[in-house]
Design a protein around this ligand. Structure first.
Ligand code: HEC
Length: 150
């Protein structure tokens, strides 16, 4: 095998290599230019995943959590967790706006009223079933009830 034929082999191998490289780069270039097609639902899902914690708001439902420092107001907590019983007096619950009933409750001291609601008392479930409520949020809801019952 002479030096010329060796060179020839090398040159044709180089050409094939160059061709393969060219095809690969061309294919990669085309696919990279293609914008991924997302449905509206997928875009929403991506937006939620990359959104800062505690700022995701779904239709009518605030997902902001107490841990993120976004405490919910007393009236929010009342509306979503307490109103069901305390608006109509379910199971003997003292009704919002019933001044006499709440004045009577307060006679044992506001701290006791707070802790009874947090820990539960008789038919009153602990935290009014709001497991995600912090103590301060339950207390804010009680203050909201009391402010509207005097
Ligand atoms: C499943 C019905 C129900 C829900 C929901 C509920 N309560 Fe009550 N609550 C009661 C009943 C019944 C009582 C009366 C308990 C008793 O003294 O026998 C009561 C009593 C209370 C009292 C008075 C406690 C005391 O020491 O006299 C407070 C304060 C209170 N609830 C706050 C709340 C708050 C705040 C929420 C929402 C976070 C809530 N409740 C949700 C049924 C409910």
């Amino acid at each position: 095998m002479g030096i010329t034929s060796l060179m020839g082999t090398t040159m044709s191998q180089l050409r094939i290599f160059a061709l393969i490289t060219f095809v690969c780069v061309a294919l990669w270039g085309c696919s990279a230019k293609e914008k991924p097609q997302l449905t509206a639902a997928q875009e929403q899902a991506v937006a939620e995943r990359i959104a800062p914690e505690g700022h995701v708001v779904k239709a009518g439902q605030v997902v902001a959590v107490a841990a993120a420092g976004a405490a919910r107001s007393g009236s929010d907590i009342y509306a979503s967790n307490c109103l069901a019983c305390h608006a109509s007096g379910v199971a003997g619950a003292p009704i919002l706006g019933d001044v006499a009933a709440w004045t009577d409750r307060l006679s044992k001291g506001i701290e006791t009223v707070y802790s009874n609601a947090i820990n539960g008392i008789n038919m009153m479930p602990a935290r009014g079933t709001c497991a995600s409520c912090s103590d301060d949020e339950v207390i804010a809801a009680i203050d909201y009830i009391l402010d509207n019952s005097k």
